[in-house]
Design a protein around this ligand. Structure first.
Ligand SMILES: CCc1cc(N2CCCCCC2)n2ncc(-c3ccc(F)cc3)c2n1
Length: 258
């Protein structure tokens, strides 16, 4: 009896989720969603597990949310997976993290190819271990012709470094006469950043209750809607993602997209 009730409850909640997805798709879906996937270490600590168990559980959520973002018709999903500051973590943890791209792509790349998802990466690739970089480069190559969701991983990424590098490139082009300093404006400068081929995020989600940007897309988030949740990333579900988009759409309706 209890199993039947549980099954009915699960069926009922999944029907309700499907109805919410249909309603979201009738309205304007955010084109670019960025996520700071925080709380993996705390999730593990609450369960007396090693931190890396939280990272591994968090990787499963990446798969779940990627599938849903692609189904919803979101154009770009940017995931903050490793910051330039994360190198300060214990070597064992960094070594574990650097193996996650291979594990993720090893099992998920065929589905990403099949589902027309394009894998991209923003960050300083040259500092990544060879095995990590090669796995990502293969995924980017295998999916470069895809035109569906752009799955953009921010790895060894830091926004202030990105802006400084952009300024250096602008100065170089000014000094070599490629551009004139009077032509420099926000649109021109944006083309000197790692996100030059992407639109700015419409919605930023940050999990685990932290209310800060942590040196993430500081230039690009100028006009982005923020949605913060106390939920730890490994506990982040499709329902949480749907809720964030519903809140985004309600804000757009109330205040307009100006
Ligand atoms: C290199 C650090 C890292 C950490 C990490 N975590 C740990 C921290 C955040 C929670 C998610 C799980 N994930 N999850 C997927 C990737 C991944 C990256 C590139 C790619 F092409 C395919 C997958 C990943 N990369």
């Amino acid at each position: 009896m209890l199993n039947k009730m549980k099954l009915w409850r699960n069926q009922n909640s999944s029907n309700e989720l499907r109805e919410r997805i249909l309603r979201i798709q009738e309205l304007q879906v955010p084109s670019h969603v960025a996520i700071i996937m925080d709380g993996n270490g705390r999730w593990a600590k609450k369960r007396a597990l090693p931190r890396v168990a939280g990272h591994h559980e968090g990787m499963k959520v990446v798969r779940k949310i990627t599938r849903l973002a692609n189904e919803l018709g979101i154009k770009t999903l940017t995931l903050y997976a490793f910051s330039t500051e994360n190198w300060k973590r214990p070597k064992m943890e960094v070594d574990f993290l650097m193996k996650l791209p291979e594990e993720f792509l090893g099992s998920f790349l065929p589905e990403l190819v099949e589902e027309n998802v394009q894998v991209q990466m923003m960050g300083y690739k040259e500092m990544l271990p060879n095995h990590t970089r090669k796995a990502i480069e293969k995924a980017m190559e295998d999916t470069k012709g895809n035109t569906g969701l752009t799955l953009n991983f921010a790895l060894n990424y830091g926004s202030r470094a990105e802006i400084i590098e952009g300024i250096k490139l602008v100065l170089k082009d000014c000094n070599s006469g490629i551009i004139d300093e009077n032509d420099i404006n926000e649109e021109v400068f944006s083309k000197y950043l790692m996100t030059k081929d992407l639109t700015d995020p419409d919605l930023l989600i940050r999990t685990s209750g932290e209310i800060r940007l942590s040196n993430f897309m500081l230039w690009q988030l100028a006009y982005t809607e923020f949605w913060f949740t106390d939920v730890l990333w490994p506990d982040f579900s499709e329902e949480h993602f749907i809720e964030a988009i519903e809140v985004f759409q309600n804000r757009q309706r109330r205040f307009g997209g100006v």
